[in-house]
Design a binder for this molecule. Structure first.
Ligand code: NAG
Ligand code: NAG
Ligand code: NAG
Length: 297
């Protein structure tokens, strides 16, 4: 009896060690959620246990309700069905889940949001740090995603302010993960950010669906281009549900083509859970099956 118990606990320890190891090498899912006003929830989203699953709450915005900028003071504007309690609950039931807040997005109501070059960058960074720290504590966040989508002609302070902000949030252990979400017309300021602060940026959620690509071959060409601008191992293929770019199972043909051409598909980004609720999360299920399959291959 005792012997059996001993062996079981040894196995258990070995299992934990093995799981711990797999977790480090786990593929990632990035799932935007909460941007469209639909009363969406975490629970129905399928989550495989051997995937590092990130919900990206959309969006935290440096603006008041009339879209007036607040000098770095971010407030949550994702749908209010995504409560702090529901974040805590989904993380408790799925230890492989992380929650992030995406900064900015395209617009607030009918007002387009822009990177606006704060007059005092140090004050902006300090305000952003303080407001995001309290948001992270309230909502149990593990990270931030950078999704500024509109720039004026001079983006001089973007890379500096955002890079220093991420560095500080990580240094103070407020966050453990940071991602960026460029798209085809915004790659320049993001390349500057990545060149100067790439060591604190974990993944690049490039919005390939804005590259107007419809075929797997076109997808491969776009991925090859973005891989030269960012780090190929941090670059994630992405899919817009009911949206632009490549659609349907051609996306999975594109993923296979990437692997056939020597790229490691380390994760998938999907925009967004709001749209996927209408098709029973087909792309989330199939993406995770693909990632698990390619891990064991
Ligand atoms: C934070 O920054 C300080 C000063 O550069 C450094 O000594 C320290 O190791 C950093 N801590 C973390 C957790 O990165
Ligand atoms: C600022 O960003 C825009 C949009 O990506 C780009 O067209 C422009 O060249 C950038 N300017 C500078 C100075 O980086
Ligand atoms: C899993 O991999 C096998 C062998 O490469 C392939 O035939 C199959 O289609 C893959 N399944 C998925 C869900 O990607």
């Amino acid at each position: 009896m005792r012997l059996v118990k001993f062996h079981l606990s040894l196995l258990y320890v070995a299992g934990v060690t093995l799981l711990g190891h797999q977790f480090c090498d786990a593929k990632v899912m990035m799932e935007y959620i909460g941007a469209t006003g639909k009363p969406v929830r975490f629970n129905p989203v399928p989550i495989e246990h051997n995937i590092d699953f990130h919900f990206i709450l959309s969006f935290a915005i440096d603006a008041d309700e009339s879209a007036k900028s607040q000098n770095g003071k971010f407030s949550p504007y994702w749908i209010d069905t995504l409560t702090p309690e529901s974040v805590a609950a989904i993380k408790k039931s799925h230890p492989n889940v992380k929650a992030m807040a995406s900064l900015s997005g395209w617009s607030l109501g009918d007002k387009v949001l822009r990177w606006y070059n704060p007059k005092n960058p140090q004050l902006w960074i300090s305000n952003a740090f303080t407001s995001l720290k309290s948001l992270a504590e309230e909502y149990h966040l593990d990270g931030i995603d950078i999704d500024y989508e509109n720039f004026l002609r001079n983006n001089a302070s973007f890379a500096y302010c955002i890079g220093e902000l991420i560095t500080l949030l990580k240094n103070q252990s407020v966050i453990s993960v940071a991602t960026i979400a460029p798209f085809h017309t915004t790659v320049l300021p993001y390349i500057e950010l990545f060149n100067n602060y790439g060591d604190v940026i974990d993944y690049v959620n490039h919005q390939f669906y804005t590259d107007k690509i419809r075929t797997p071959k076109g997808y491969l060409a776009a991925f090859q281009l973005r891989a030269t601008q960012f780090d190929k191992d941090k670059l994630l293929p992405s899919y817009e549900v009911n949206g632009r770019g490549i659609q349907g199972d051609a996306f999975f043909d594109a993923l296979n083509l990437l692997e056939a051409n020597g790229f490691d598909v380390n994760g998938v980004m999907i925009f967004s859970a709001d749209a996927s609720s209408s098709n029973d999360y087909y792309y989330e299920r199939k993406s995770q099956a693909f990632l698990i399959n390619s891990t064991s291959a």
